[in-house]
Design a binder for this molecule. Sequence first.
Ligand code: F6P
Length: 552
Amino acid sequence: MPGFSQATDLAAWKALTEHHDKLGRAIVLKEEFAKDPERFNKFSHAFKNSADGNEIVFDFSKNFITEETLSLLVKLAKEAKVEELRDDMFKGEKINFTEQRAVYHMALRNTSNKPMQVDGKSVVEEVNSVLDHMKEFTEQVRSGEWKGYTGKPIDTIVNIGIGGSDLGPVMVTEALKPYGKEGMKLHFVSNIDGTHMAEALKASNPETTLFLVASKTFTTAETVTNANTAKSWFLEHAKEKSAIAKHFVALSTNTKEVEAFGIDAKNMFGFSDWVGGRYSVWSAIGLSVALYIGYDNFHEFLAGAHAMDEHFTSTPLEKNIPAIGGLLSVWYSDFFGAQTHLVAPYDQYMHRFPAYLQQLSMESNGKAITRSGDYVKYTTGPILFGEPGTNSQHSFFQLLHQGTKLIPTDFILAAESHNPIDNNKHQRMLASNFFAQSEALMVGKTPEAVKAEGAPDELIPHKTFLGNRPTTSILAQKITPGALGSLIAYYEHLTFVEGAIWNINSYDQWGVELGKQLAKSILGELEGEGKVDKHDSSTNGLINLFKSKAGM
Ligand code: F6P
């Protein structure tokens, strides 16, 4: 335990409160830029990515910070013992204390093979042995050496999983589509809504389809039900149970349940309980990624995250990119009352990135109990949302520019497009919007400027933009596997820093359990005879209406 319960008790928190009272919304970003021509250089950091040799620039200069703010935020991190908790995490200590587990997904991407241990036992060998298995299998499937039950090569992958066993693989395979194997079709079935599985099966040929049943626990109701449906569909065609071995593999920690399902343990790719679901894309759960982009690219993806781990563990807090990102989030949430965090990738391939970050951030820091068991006296995890630019500009950005809410926003762009079509015209237009949005959000438009454009008096307030909206711009060279790995790890560590300061356990997720339990008992009622009367009148009324309308 870090020696404090409420973050509000820390001296630096109090100093930040005073600093906010002085600086508060009195800070005018455009004036800060006018005052200090070095502001961009001072508050932006270039991350050198050893995985692909490229740089990613994180520009924090359009945020509500001065040098004093940053030094107080760093003080807060020091008092909250963020570095000590980080070091404990990287030592394999059981910082997920409510589940008595280490938080060690960084060991899965330890591409430099540094010694890493849990419970005094090295984990490097077991990680590398699963990676070797993934490499061998990936090469067999991609080369056509792995054959289906009628001797045909595999051309379709169906990943069955939900939450962390789905969002990472979907997001990464979409983001890295330019590296994908031509002709390989991918489907991700997560929803228990039968439509999801039905559509995937309609588009699949049992002779050439490989099902990856992805579930850390192998007990998740949606995944087990979907996997059984896929198995029945497959057996209707293949008839012989022995054919399952060529078409079903499991990505899981639970050998017993995998075998009970009918998948041979040699077709299982394992990992350990120190890998949280939302941090598992680096593990065997990433098999669909490796199959699609090839093992070497998957390795580069891991190396990109490893490079960010190295930066996070070795850089002083003042210059530590994920630490600054996390501290800014605390600054906005708790001192400015911001309730949200918007992430807008200007990259169509990254269209699922915000959805992925939603689980990472909101399942990690959607908590209200401190590590000492008290209810927090401040707000914690923001509501994360996002959509790619430029589409989002034409839907909800209106609220960013002229609404009443403060929405700290991250913009992400790569300098090089994977599709420089029309002589790079699209890329120039995309980039011009990326730059224009953060500038517009900052500078706004004064009533005088609106008037000078000839607007009639009654329209002047409607066309005025207050500006002074904070943004972070992230400029990568290109979205390579290595760059994507680093970006994900950036957000993982940012989430860690937030949680460490809020003094909550970012690594459990008890909040999803109640709904699961109730759904289980209501399922029994839907399957039973007669009217339901055990709930409140709304729930009873709705269940009974549903039963009669659905003919149950
Ligand atoms: O219910 C939430 C959750 O436990 C997530 O944390 C997890 O990613 C998801 O369900 C899927 O779990 P599993 O991989 O065990 O099927």
